[in-house]
Design a protein around this ligand. Structure first.
Ligand SMILES: *Cc1c(COP(=O)(O)O)cnc(C)c1O
Length: 474
């Protein structure tokens, strides 16, 4: 494709995206495609001769779009948001255009140095501690996902446990600590790192707050120590995936610090809320106790997937765990020790120029614009929760500190199992309608509906319409 052809089609593609956003409400929120339907609409074999990009765009409209679930639709309330924004999409396009592989400083200095600047900027915007900054002992890095961040934290924790796991492998039983509400990525990390899922210990949660019980954590650590195991990492969550519950990070941190256990704080969804000073309380204890901290701008901070930030209080154990320098990567800058090679801060070697999209977002929205987005979506969620609370036919899960509301129809005339069945049918009916998209979770064995607000396109009238639709169908 010549630069001239690229210019022509590229403009069409940008127009396509702009039209898509402008007309997004014409689409059913959740795709109605049946399994295999999209694949059946595509040729079984690759083309022998090159086709034009216009043909690609035509198939996007005709074949693929029916199989797309519209995550940027203002009535998308499922899971957590994965919101995109103009600046992020354009930043990502530029990253694709540059086609840089930024595995080391030497392979494109700007890719590394811009990343350093934006992770430090974000640490400042979220009020994270000074030692998370790159010019201190720690530093931040952009990962593809919170799951990768958890794995990197786990490898660093294993390395710091004094067993030099990177070289000797796992020679003793290591234990990780989670609660029943912790994200499954910790168990994944345990499996991948060779710790083993059986060594992930589940700490009790407080039945009211759903937060991890620090006293039980202490007991489990003591039992593991008595058993000759190495208590290695505890994961505290700020904003659990299921209900956005918050673990008592400070109290957990005190226990972890006493036993030299690594504290990873998983704030994948909720951490970005700390751009608002009035929400900084969510990070209580992080400055004093967190060894690593993760939050995803790709969920709620207007930066399209993938963009997950991991900070460390001390980067040394991570680099010790992951750094390898084969001959073909040797270079002067690395040997000088004056540069960062982010390949040592992640699992893969290669890395994209992800900081471009986050940089675009931070510059175009400014701190003010980001706060407005967080506050606006939280305000809509509070209003929705207010409607639920006032309706005697519904139950509301409190508190709801962020932009996720969990609730269910009471169906008080029905036994619990039948009420749950009705709630599930209600959910299917709503999602099949294409008018909105919600998901569910289970708490204490009972089904709850989850409504997460996060799109910058979502306005009050969308939320009101969603509530009216839910009430009518219930
Ligand atoms: C979404 C989520 C994750 C996983 O995030 P990915 O970036 O998709 O890996 C981890 N932890 C929590 C608390 C989450 O909400």
């Amino acid at each position: 494709m010549s630069p001239e052809e690229f210019r022509r089609v590229g403009k069409q593609v940008v127009d396509w995206i702009a039209d898509y956003y402008a007309g997004i409400e014409q689409h059913p929120v959740r795709s109605r495609a049946e399994p295999g339907e999209i694949r059946a609409g595509l040729p079984a074999h690759p083309p022998e001769r090159g086709e034009s990009f216009d043909d690609v765009l035509a198939d996007l409209d005709e074949v693929l779009l029916p199989g797309v679930t519209h995550w940027q639709h203002p009535n998308f309330f499922a899971y957590f948001p994965a919101n995109a924004s103009g600046p992020a999409v354009l930043g990502d396009l530029l990253s694709g255009g540059l086609g840089v592989q930024g595995m080391m400083w030497a392979t494109s200095p700007a890719c590394t140095e811009l990343e350093t600047v934006v992770v430090d900027w974000l640490a400042e915007l979220l009020g994270l501690p000074e030692h998370f900054r790159t010019d201190s002992t720690g530093g931040g890095v952009i990962q593809d996902s919170a799951s990768s961040a958890t794995l990197v934290a786990c490898l660093a924790a294993l390395q710091r446990s004094g067993q030099d796991v990177a070289r000797r492998g796992i020679t003793r039983r290591h234990a990780l600590y989670v609660s029943a509400h912790t994200h499954s990525s910790v168990e994944r990390a345990a499996r991948i790192a060779g710790v083993g899922a059986d060594n992930v210990r589940v700490v009790d949660s407080d039945p009211d707050t759903l937060g991890m019980d620090p006293r039980h954590l202490e007991e489990l650590i003591a039992a593991d120590l008595a058993d000759g195991a190495v208590p290695t990492m505890v994961c505290a969550t700020v904003g659990t995936t299921s209900t956005t519950a918050i673990d008592p990070v400070r109290a957990i941190g005190e226990v972890a610090a006493r036993h030299g256990v690594w504290l990873h704080v998983d704030a994948a969804y909720a951490g970005v809320a700390a751009v608002c000073p009035e929400l900084r309380w969510i990070n209580d204890g992080v400055a004093e106790f967190a060894d690593s901290y993760c939050t995803n701008p790709h969920k709620w901070l207007l930066t399209n997937f993938d963009c997950s930030l991991l900070w460390l209080a001390n980067r040394a154990p991570m680099v010790d765990a992951l750094s390898i320098l084969p001959e073909y990567l040797r270079n002067e800058a690395t040997e000088s020790g004056e540069v960062i090679d982010y390949r040592d801060w992640q699992i893969p070697l290669g890395r994209r120029f992800r900081s471009l999209k986050l940089w675009s977002v931070l510059r175009c929205y400014g701190a003010e614009g980001l706060r407005e987005h967080i506050r606006g979506t939280i305000a809509l969620a509070r209003e929705f929760a207010g409607w639920v609370r006032e309706d005697p036919g519904f139950e509301l899960l409190e508190p709801h500190p962020f932009a996720l509301v969990c609730f269910r129809p009471r169906y008080s005339e029905l036994p619990a199992a039948e009420a749950d069945e009705r709630t599930r049918r209600l959910l299917d009916e709503l999602n099949d309608s294409g008018e909105l998209y919600l998901t569910h979770t289970k708490l204490d064995g009972r089904v709850l509906l989850r409504l997460a607000i996060g799109s910058p396109q979502t306005e009050r009238h969308h939320v009101r319409a969603a509530w009216d639709r839910i009430r009518r169908a219930a």
